[in-house]
Design a protein. Sequence first.
Lengths: 286, 587, 311
Amino acid sequence: MSAQDTKSLWADAFSRLVRDRWALISLVIVIIYAGIAVLATVGWGLPDWKTSQASEYLPPSSQFWLGTDLFGRDVFAKVIHGTKIAMSVGLVTSLIAIPIGVFIGAIAGYFGGWIDDIISWFITTFSSIPNIMLLISITLIMGKGLVSVYLALGITGWVGLARLIRGEVMKHKEREYVHAASAIGGGHFRKLFIHILPNVTHLVIINTSLQFQTAIKSEVILSYLGLGVQGEPSWGTMIDDARQELARGVWWQLAGATFAMFLVVLAFNLLGDALRDSLDPKLKGK
Amino acid sequence: MSTRLISLVFAFMIAAVGCSREQNFDEKVLNLITPQKIKGFDPIYAADLYASNEIGKVYEGLLEFHYLKRPYELTPNLAESMPEVSADGLTYTFKVKKGVMFQDSKAFPNGKGRELKADDFIYSIRRMADPKLQSTGWWLLDGKIAGLNEWRDKNANAEKVNYDEAVEGLKKIDDYTFQFKLTKPFPQFLYALAMPFTFAVAKEVVEHHGQEFQNYPVGTGPFKLEYFDNSNRIVYHRNPTFREKFYPSEGEATDEAAGLLADAGKKLPLVDKVIVNIVVESQPQWLNFQKGSADLLGVPKDNFDQAIVGGKNLHPDMAKKGIRLSMVNALDTTYVAFNHTDPLFKDNIKLRQAMSLAYDHVESNKLFYNNTATIAQSIIPPGISGHKKEYKNPYIGRNLEMAKKLLKEAGYPDGKGLPELNYETVGSTVSRQQGEFFAKNMADIGIKIRISTNTWPELVKKTNTKTAQMFGIAWGADYPDAENFFGLLFGPNESPGSNSSNYKNPTFDKIFAQASIMQDGPERTALYEQLYEMAGNEVPWIYGMHRTSVTVYQGWVKNYKYIEFNHTQVQYLNADLEAKKELLKKF
Amino acid sequence: MTTYIIRRLLYMIPVIFGVSFIIFVLFNVVAGDPAPLLLGKHATAQQIHDLREQLGLNKPLFAQYMDVVKSAFTFDFGRSWATRQDIIEMIRQGAWPSLTLTIPAFAISTVLSILLSLVVAFYRGKGIDLTIRFLCIAGQSISSVAYILFFQYFFAYKLGWFEISGYEPEFPMFLSYVALPGIIWIVLSLGPDVRFFRTVILDEIYQDYVRTARAKGLGEITVLLKHVLRNAMIPIITYVVIQIPFLILGALLLESFFSIPGLGGITLNALNSSDFPVIKAMAVLSSIAYILFSLLTDVLYTLADPRVKLK
């Protein structure tokens, strides 16, 4: 497979992706969320969530679209600002988990032998420990806060991808093009990173979109366990607050955070599916 | 194909709905909720509130707090009468009631419960000191009963702890009489005998069950355990061999009008069966109560504004169902502690005062307690002698100008030069919100706060190793004596002892050491009040609130009265089945 | 095949070493000190020291680690530090409620999603395919906490269709308690399951043998059920079986909100109270289950597809 072929494969995939209306809408949603997240980080033009503007627990009205919270803060503004945490959790955990998964999986699959034995042992050991124990212990070591959330979700998220990549690389290294590369004197790393990895990139892309949405959802679980983000609005802490609120009829905080999350997770899911359909060589042209 | 499956799912759901439990009107049953898994029934580990509530249903002690009288007053329970105390305050002679029987158990010959004797108390109290068992109540007796520490130390490395050897301070006079001999005056000693730690267990049962003893409680108490799954449900029924114990016929002045004397003179317990469900999450607790399937619900102290409107009244929807509300000052104090090993706080009283002045108590009371709490002026809650009503803490009550002035004098004008401070708290939703509120307040005078949430073990570890810089926490009374609170600021109790803020003040320590061994009386009260003011002015902590205990209970529950030390309460409660039938129609 | 199975069983040994090492480092070395926690708010330094001695926490780390390994291999986990209960007994008691919740929910969601994915594969690209997939994915996109809070409030409390919380160990009583959490489980699993099964089935549909079968004049449904499903079985089995060990651990959130006294709650409690022996026991058991079930997957491979040889 030459570079030319690879390029046309991507172009083809992209054009198919754009033709899929739902995928396009999803992509737009993700971009909007990302834009809001950037604005929230920079601090431009978004409603203020910090100050108490009214009394506590006001129901939704024309002034406060999603009512107010315990401190009389605007829930809608909190939902908007929560985008920042959600998107950054998705992004950073992917940036941690994906490279680890790809690297470990590729090394194990390519070299085989005792390297594979050790890595497989590690993967098995790691994945047989319940995730919750790893998550909690990481926050025990790192202390609480955003960094721990990133690390906890990143470090537990690579296993599935590593296993997948390992299998794919194993298949590919027996293919002709790799043999051809050895024949012209390509070293191991050249073969692995220049020749094989580009052919498994679609797996990485699909996995990233799934990793993203898993991370966003996991942030809620961490908040429930009291390990969430402090001092900034996040959808997880908002949903956690709702544990005390729903029974007294305060539903807006739960509804707002859930809906905001629903939309972006759904978009990532649909996008992931569309990416798979358009990138998976096996499904190509069908 | 899939329709068949969907109908299968529906069949499953309908089957599920069909077999719910029905309310039973044949016997008097109380349905209670406890928010924590129950560890077990061994009295010597009764340190946590929820386990001690269960222990108190099966086991009994020499004394108990009177169910109705306030301020809290000790009355004899298994003791025939209050003890004779020698003139030097060191010897206490107790007579045990005759004819009190342990519940039937296979640990006894023929399975029949035997009579309770003085020996059982001597044995039970020695179990608290047993070095192999590490009772969580040992602090109550540590260094206080003659010969007991020596016995503990001697047996610490022994193969088997020797219970046969006599201990000087625990002396049997005859089968029904025994004596405590103390090493020094300890006026709080009698309170210890009303706490579940010292409740009477039978040696045969302990030895029969060995390590499983905690799952097979056999006491002399009003209820007998029928079913125990420590993470699901506990079921008791009336103990058929319970002695003649009667509902009190006198109480506070208002009790008569409140209907609390209607059952005066009736034999206890008043209900036939008690079911305690373990429900951890607050939403299902609350929904179960609203549905009528729980009779009584202690609303978590930090979280009760669900039930109440305007800080006083029950939500009208609940009032319509006949639900009633009890709100009583609890004997507790919330606070944000400074770590006094941190040079930042140790010698800088002005910084502490500035921060205290920046805290908005009024708003906090409104947000977190719906205006039901009392703002703490110092460490002792009202209702305990030593609390001085007239005292108004000059550093409590928000005053930003003055706070800024003090902060400047402290060397940090507008917070400049002060590093970001670390506020440690536990990870619950409300604690987190309270932390956010604290940080918000401090930001107003330029102090930056970083909130760290912890699991309880982490927070304990941090305070024990003196690494928590500031932490938000609360203290509830073990017994109604100011000594129990002042001890938290007593230098020698520093971490890992109960003085987790490591506060040290020689004057305070001297007065405390003197007052803590005095018998109750005007002299001691005067010293206590002196300590109270000192603990206020010195601002060793930022005091928060004395919270209100809020309980909601169904209209058919009779004789409910809030009692801080409530492990004996359930035997006094009654259920009106006729009223229940009527009221349930409104649910 | 026997030698293969034996070899895989022996593989458990290094994995248990690894698991106990990770758990030991994470929880014994860095986590909170259990002693002051167990002794309560009045503990003295002397008492803390004595209790640490009794719990074996004052031994050198290596000796402590060897104790952990020993208990992992002998299954003698001792007693919980926090509740003083016998750990094996705790697990025995907690396993039933967890399994009565997770097994039926898991079975229903698996069967349902295989059926749904056959349907969507049959109608691939058509409206019905898109609608079902969209609904499944939408269902999965809502946070589980939100489902729990809302379903409990609405279906159990407002409409009164289900018990709010609680548990009875007897059949069929437990059904009324596990029904609602079971439904939430199913709603959450349909999305990923259907998505996975659909891909697997589509992968097969485009194979040559399917074309041959169609060419022979077999109907589409027969082809789907007889040929495609059969060949898609391997990835489906892997996917399904490998989830089973985690069913044993129960469902953390569902158990705590619906007061189901299962292993999820035991694990969470242990984590919250630094109850190391319980954490260790749960980790070791789950890794053993994990290896046993991945072995089972391999064996099922050969049964589903005789071409696969285990060596």
